[in-house]
Ligand binder design. Sequence first.
Ligand code: URA
Length: 237
Amino acid sequence: MTSKRLSKALAAAGIASRRACEEIIFAGRVRVNGEVIKIPQTLVDWSKDEIKVDEVAVHEEQKKVYFILNKPPGYICSNARPGKKRIVLDLFNEGPAGLFTIGRLDKDTEGLLLVTNDGGFAHKVIHPSSNITKEYLVKTPVEVTLEHLETLSQGARVDDKWVRPVSVSKVRRGTFRIILKEGRKHEVRILAERAGLKVTELRRIRIGGLLLGTLPLGEYRPLTEKEKEMLFKEKKC
Ligand code: URA
């Protein structure tokens, strides 16, 4: 029978992305044949090893599911629940165990978020080689000027990297549109801050060729096969 690395086996079983599975392993939440294993590279074999995450048995295959959600503000993108905080997965009343969000939106950000149990698919969407852009609408209390747009388009340092938007444009008086390739934490808010703009609302409206459309806030639905493909087919709007 074939052996697989523990982190890969868990990701393939839909527990989380490969990286998140490594964190789950490091945290001591995984047992193999009753023993806590903290090394993601440990080889396991589904045909003879019993694997548990948080004391719940994990099985080799789970039906893969893919949802598009219009995330409301106030929910965090996390599988664990820090304190009493509301998490995005609270919005799901169906679907198999092991759902997770593809990438993250800040607690106060709303809009298009993908949720799946397919670690391989998530990895493909997030990986920089996919070249997928994300589009956001940002509201601010002041008139957006040419100077603001120029500063925004210069970019900003986010963590250790200079992030430059693919494009920035004014939509109306207090709203601008920004398109980015990176997926760095708080990137839009950091760019806006550098331009001297306070963010009062941040909404993601597109990932690749997939538009949020008219899905009501707080609701989700399965992605069609065509929509899954559209993610990788950039469509300017
Ligand atoms: N950029 C941000 O600053 N926040 C998000 O939630 C997404 C992109």
